[in-house]
Design a protein. Structure first.
Length: 192
């Protein structure tokens, strides 16, 4: 005999200890990985959007030996800590190794990736499929930043700063100040 919808509904929600059932809900946790060299306002927008979807977002700062970062890992972690300190439910952590291993270790069920333009999609799609192959329990979620951030990338911000342009509308003041110090030191040393 098949159960009616009402019988099924009552069976699902039946809990012998109601005070215990309220705490059973599993936390929805996501990882937002990247090099964040430096963190931009577009990154912060994606973090805020992800936080609306998940109880907790862990911003994972990648250690990538194949890239020569402008800012050290410690600086990038500090910048992210400063720009996300007022966003409840956001943590910042270094990421060394496979993203899916980090996600499983953190008990996260999703990876958040920002898409600025269609040109981002092919690479992100390939990475999402590889991550799914390596760990089927971890889903990839693509989020678009606000329109005014779609042209901003860390690479372009670094280039504008190196050429003496004002990047204050693209990054937090802590990043602007650090750019100024690093670039002044490089100019004194004769490096550009």
């Amino acid at each position: 005999m098949h159960k009616t919808v009402d019988e099924f509904h009552l069976e699902i929600w039946h809990c012998p200890k109601p005070y215990a059932c309220a705490t059973i809900r599993q936390m929805r946790r996501a990882i937002y990985p990247g090099s964040f060299d430096p963190v931009t306002n577009g990154h912060v927008d994606v973090i805020e959007r992800a936080r609306k979807l998940f109880d907790e977002v862990i911003v994972a700062v990648a250690i990538n030996d194949q890239k020569q970062p402008f800012f050290t890992l410690e600086e990038r972690l500090e910048f992210l800590g400063r720009v996300t300190h007022s966003i409840e439910g956001v943590k910042v952590a270094p990421l060394d190794g496979l993203l899916v291993d980090f996600a499983v270790a953190q008990e996260a069920h999703a990876v958040v990736r920002g898409l600025r333009a269609i040109s981002d999609f092919e690479f992100e799609f390939q990475m999402a499929l590889m991550n799914r192959k390596l760990e089927p329990s971890v889903e990839t979620i693509f989020l678009m930043p606000k329109e005014e951030y779609t042209y901003i990338s860390s690479r372009i911000v670094k280039e504008v700063a190196r050429l003496g342009g004002d990047v204050s509308q693209f990054v937090d003041s802590c990043v602007v100040d650090s750019f100024a110090r690093k670039l002044a030191t490089a100019r004194v040393a004769g490096i550009r």
